[in-house]
Design a protein around this ligand. Structure first.
Ligand SMILES: Cc1cc2nc3c(=O)[nH]c(=O)nc-3n(C[C@H](O)[C@H](O)[C@H](O)COP(=O)(O)OP(=O)(O)OC[C@H]3O[C@@H](n4cnc5c(N)ncnc54)[C@H](O)[C@@H]3O)c2cc1C
Length: 455
């Protein structure tokens, strides 16, 4: 078989070979061991001893399953939920932004301090490969006006359906309602199922359990204690692409919550971007806020609050705004003056009323300066459960180049449970696919190496 030929001639991952003298003894034991004797009341899952087990059937886990099965591995996928890919399906409600069509260097830079780590993997499975892969499932994609890439029908369900059909045809086994609980003393994976406790001791495991946002969809970060007990290198889970609390007046809450602010520019330090955000009962959210969320969150962590400014007329110069405001107002109210001269009304006018000191509201020079840089103080990020994605997780420093945990050889990690973050725009799914592929290939090679040793 081509795969085993490649492994014996030129091992893909020599450092993962159980026979490698540099591998810790535990690694050899983990791969070569047969299932231990299970407690009498725990059902042992048959047929998984030589398999790659994937825990978590989101985009990262499913891509790991695909990568492992095409390498010849027997693959079993487990998930705590009754069906796969619930967050992926939710992403489809927003059109399923699969990836982004900007050039790869710019694309990679979106992963900020983790760009260097992800770069090589994104070369192998990056934006173009994501589009090719979707295409291989019969799903055409298109590039939207902001260079975001979507399936033509803007839906996740057909893509997921075709993907599952292909995985099943390739022989991948699915086990739903199996909630991973960690490992028992002899290293077996433990699951809680409606039929009671189950265990399995596979040749290799991929954990693709997601982050901690939208826990009702299955990923709740409950994996944390098991990995912490292992001594894995973990960064705290924090909200990313999230909203923020602002102390609005009762008046603004009641009148303007839920109102979008279209075509505004947000500035945070040296960062500036034009876009759209939404005023909420307790603060702000929306794509423009999400884009700045890492900066804002980090500032709050450091200083207790974050200061930013809003340009309510990003297409106009301050001089122009000032000249318009300087037109005689006569008996008209400020609201009417703002509306007729600057076309500022609704939530934008409410913000001016709320944030600009009364004395400055009657001075065209000061008011123009506020309209071009309206100060906003953000008090706290919204809770992780409400965020689009999660920052923090398993640090790359605790993993090898194939995303295998140094503390537990044979266990690989993929997707959002890894410590990287990126803005919305398709970067999240692309990194999940990419790391899923790396982990799946690593797990398949590890399982294969164990088979080679046994045979
Ligand atoms: C509203 C919303 C819209 C989004 N839109 C986009 C978008 O358009 N483009 C984009 O790039 N990204 C988007 N994202 C982000 C994207 O969906 C995630 O980054 C991605 O789903 C993460 O993939 P994952 O496989 O790592 O984790 P998940 O998709 O969270 O999957 C993890 C799986 O693990 C399972 N699991 C967790 N714990 C256990 C356990 N103990 N035992 C067994 N199973 C367990 C869960 O049930 C789940 O099925 C969106 C997110 C949200 C919330």
């Amino acid at each position: 078989m081509a795969y085993s030929h490649r492994m014996s001639q030129s091992p893909v991952f020599p450092s993962l070979q159980p026979s490698d003298p540099s591998a810790p003894p535990a690694a050899t034991a983990a791969v070569a061991a047969q299932p231990g004797s299970a407690p009498a009341d725990v059902d042992t899952l048959a047929g998984t001893e030589r398999a790659v087990v994937i825990v978590g059937a989101g985009p990262a886990g499913l891509m790991a399953a695909e990568a492992a099965v095409v390498q010849g591995a027997t693959v079993h996928v487990f998930d705590g939920m009754p069906s796969v890919g619930r967050k992926f399906l939710l992403a489809g409600i927003g059109g399923l932004n699969l990836t982004h069509a900007e050039p790869l260097p710019a694309f990679t830079a979106r992963y900020a301090e983790r760009a260097g780590t992800l770069a090589a993997w994104l070369q192998t499975l990056g934006p173009q490969q994501v589009r090719d892969w979707a295409n291989s499932l019969g799903i055409d994609t298109f590039v939207g006006s902001s260079m975001r890439v979507f399936p033509k029908d803007l839906k996740a369900a057909p893509l997921l359906r075709h993907w599952l059909q292909r995985l099943r045809a390739q022989g991948v086994h699915f086990h739903m309602r199996h909630r991973w609980q960690g490992w028992d003393d002899d290293g077996a994976c433990l699951f809680d199922t409606p039929q009671g406790a189950r265990r399995c001791r596979p040749a290799a495991t991929v954990l693709a359990l997601g982050g901690g946002s939208w826990p009702k969809l299955g990923s709740d970060g409950a994996w944390w204690p098991a990995l912490q007990a292992l001594g894995a290198d973990l960064a705290p889970l924090r909200p990313s692409n999230c909203g923020f609390d602002v102390s609005w007046s009762e008046h603004l809450r009641q009148r303007n919550a839920g109102t979008p602010l279209k075509n505004v520019a947000l500035t945070v330090g040296g960062w500036r971007q034009v876009g759209e955000m939404v005023l909420t009962v307790g603060g702000v959210e929306g794509s423009l806020v999400y884009a700045a969320s890492a900066l804002l969150r980090n500032a709050i962590e450091q200083d207790g609050q974050a200061h930013c400014t809003l340009d309510l007329l990003p297409g106009r110069s301050q001089d122009w705004v000032q000249a318009e405001l300087a037109h005689p107002r006569g008996p008209r109210s400020l609201a009417t003056h703002l509306k007729t001269r600057l076309k500022l009304d609704g939530a934008k006018a409410a913000l001016i009323w709320e944030q600009v000191p009364k004395a400055a509201q009657t001075d065209p020079v000061q008011l123009a300066a506020f309209i071009k840089a309206l100060p906003l103080t953000l008090l706290a990020p919204r809770p992780l459960a409400e965020a689009i994605s999660t920052a923090g997780g398993v640090r790359f420093e605790g993993l090898d180049a194939h995303l295998m945990l140094r503390q537990r050889p044979g266990v690989f990690v993929a997707g959002e449970m890894l410590d990287w973050e990126a803005p919305t725009g398709g970067y999240l799914l692309t990194a999940c696919f990419s790391t899923g592929q790396v982990a799946g290939q690593g797990a398949a090679a590890w399982a294969q190496a164990g088979r080679d040793v046994r045979s």
